[in-house]
Design a protein. Structure first.
Length: 157
């Protein structure tokens, strides 16, 4: 938590990430051509949500966003959606879900536990047949990606 809060006080972390864990782009994970954008938290970078128009995708995306709004980084008292950690959610008509997200830093202590937690919680939603989560570092997360509510909650306004 101290390192996270130091970012807001102007202190720098390590110049280079401790480990480069950026996954290679997997085939078939291209972004949709024209994503639908849900109501994003005020001040946050918009999350791209695309539900397939045929069949099972309708309604699932709202349940996924609800799960994301109820998933927290244990070091920060703000959910991952309000923090701006989720970049894209795509739901195929078959119920397959693709999530693109990041963490506050590649050295984040929850790098090994938070993505699997998100995947598991989304997989538990009725109608979801599979979940593919891509943990990405580009664009790198920064505090401007947080919603206004998150900034208020962290005392940054």
């Amino acid at each position: 938590m101290r390192r996270f809060m130091d970012m807001f006080r102007g202190k720098k972390g390590p110049e280079k990430p401790l480990v480069d864990v950026a996954p290679p782009e997997a085939p078939g994970h291209a972004a949709p051509a024209e994503p639908a954008v849900p109501e994003a938290p005020a001040g946050a970078a918009p999350v791209s949500v695309d539900a397939a128009s045929e069949g099972g995708g309708q309604g699932i995306e709202e349940k996924i966003l609800d799960v994301l709004r109820n998933t927290f980084d244990p070091e920060i008292p703000v959910n991952i959606y309000e923090l701006g950690l989720v970049y894209e959610v795509r739901v195929e008509g078959s119920g397959e879900v693709f999530i693109k997200m990041t963490l506050t830093s590649p050295a984040c202590p929850v790098a090994g536990s938070l993505p699997p937690e998100v995947e598991s919680r989304v997989r538990a939603i009725p109608g979801v047949t599979d979940v593919r989560l891509d943990l990405v570092w580009d664009p790198p997360w920064n505090p401007s990606m947080m919603s206004e509510a998150a900034r208020l909650q962290l005392g940054m306004m």
